[in-house]
Design a protein around this ligand. Structure first.
Ligand code: FAD
Length: 399
């Protein structure tokens, strides 16, 4: 049993996603009275959505590899993530009664796959600890040092000892992360503009592709600038979606060409040799299907991107290995899994406290970091929430 020192100090956490709830738990564990405010009618909506296709909580891989996923932000995130690493995230989930399993690629999921049992157990634990949750409370900014909220009962003002801001990024606005907080913060805080991260690729498909909507390119490799992935790309009326695409979407955002390798396990020479076999009366599509074991959806995408196909077999083999994708840019930011940009790490100190607003800490996707899908996002939200919550409590005790 943990003994709490009652300080009667009050903390407000704004935003009840994984980062905010973790911060609230840390503040409560430190003996503070905690109010969580969220503008939606219920909490953790994006977290619940994340669980719809399997809640990927974290990833089992060496610490250095895990951190490298955060590219430019790995410096400031290093101590924060090593304080709540993948093992600790798994223990946290188990502590909430959720068994977890690790898939073949190291991705960790709750056995239940969805987020709702975990979220339910977490909210019960927070409620039992006395954490108060105010839904339909929309933070609109500060009045001097007071927090101002629009609520069903009109404008409410709170003046806590410490505040943790955890209002998420700027995608899937209907789940709560509208990014509107940026209008307040960007005025006087170093801020990187939002951009789609882990986004789909928009395609202006010809009618030939309609038969393939809902299918996937499997066993492919993708490359855009320095970003590479192996896996799948789902084909929809709007374009390409899925983990393999999301990992390289940053390259597209940065202006690099997108290249598709339809047969990543074979070399250009091996493919050219197979193509040199006599074709007889077979159509080219049929020949490629038989000689190269190229499935119809791969053939359709090849034709869509490179029709008329070259007659020279070596040139065709090269295309199969590096097919330039003529796309229409990224899908809209609101449909992206996450967003890049946010409060710059220069704006906060090593405890995640805003340099220009003592006593106000920032956590989760609000901060300017990005990472591919694979469990990195929720892991970093939990880790920054924990770090901000613990340091906010320590700051309040000292103040
Ligand atoms: C479809 C989908 C699938 C995903 N799958 C995964 C996955 O499997 N693994 C993974 O790691 N990540 C996944 N993610 C990403 C992950 O869900 C997010 O990175 C994570 O939820 C961000 O946590 P957060 O606490 O920073 O913000 P959020 O979860 O976005 O929470 C922010 C909260 O702040 C509230 N808020 C915003 N503005 C205000 C305001 N002005 N006043 C009051 N409250 C406000 C919002 O209502 C919201 O509840 C997925 C995302 C999507 C969309």
């Amino acid at each position: 049993m943990t003994t709490k020192t009652q300080t009667h100090k009050h903390a407000v956490v704004i935003g009840a996603g994984p980062a905010g709830l973790m911060a609230a738990e840390m503040l409560s564990n430190a003996g503070m009275s905690v109010t969580v405010c969220d503008h939606k009618p219920s909490v953790g909506r994006k977290f619940l959505m994340a669980g719809k296709s399997g809640l990927n909580l974290t990833k089992v891989e060496p610490a250095g590899v895990f951190l490298n996923a955060f590219t430019d932000a790995k410096g400031p995130l290093a101590p924060i993530i090593s304080a709540l690493d993948g093992d600790a995230v798994q223990e946290w989930a188990k502590g909430l009664g959720q068994e977890v399993f690790t898939g073949s690629t190291g991705r960790v999921f709750p056995t239940a796959m969805k987020a709702s049992p975990l979220l339910r157990a977490w909210l019960v634990r927070l409620s039992e600890a006395g954490v108060q949750v105010n839904t339909r409370w929309r933070w609109t900014g500060w009045d001097d040092t007071k927090l101002v909220f629009e609520t069903p009962d009109g404008t409410q003002v709170l003046q806590p000892d410490v505040t943790v801001l955890a209002m998420g990024g700027a995608s899937w606005a209907r789940l709560g992360s509208t990014g509107e907080w940026a209008k307040v913060l960007a005025a006087d805080t170093p801020f990187a503009p939002f951009a789609p991260a882990n986004a789909g690729i928009a395609m202006d498909w010809s009618s030939h592709m309609e038969a393939h909507f809902g299918t996937a390119l499997k066993g492919i490799a993708l490359k855009s600038g320095p970003y590479r992935s192996r896996g799948e790309a789902l084909i929809s009326r709007q374009g390409f979606e899925g983990g393999g695409i999301y990992s390289v979407s940053r390259g597209v955002r940065e202006g690099h060409p997108l290249m598709l390798d339809l047969l990543p396990d074979q070399t250009v020479d091996a493919l050219a040799k197979k193509l040199d076999q006599p074709r007889g009366k077979m159509s080219m599509a049929n020949f490629m299907r038989k000689a190269l074991k190229l499935d119809p959806v791969k053939i359709a995408v090849l034709q869509e991107m490179a029709r008329p196909l070259p007659n020279d077999n070596k040139a065709l083999a090269k295309l199969l290995k590096a097919l330039p994708i003529k796309h229409a840019g990224l899908r809209p930011m609101d449909q992206a899994i996450s967003t890049a940009g946010g409060v710059k790490f220069d704006a906060v100190d090593e405890t995640l406290m805003l340099r220009n607003r003592p006593g106000v800490f920032v956590a989760g996707e609000m901060l300017d970091w990005e990472a591919p899908t694979g469990g990195y996002l929720i892991s970093a939200c939990l880790a920054t929430g924990r770090w901000a919550g613990q340091h906010a409590a320590a700051w309040a005790q000292k103040a």
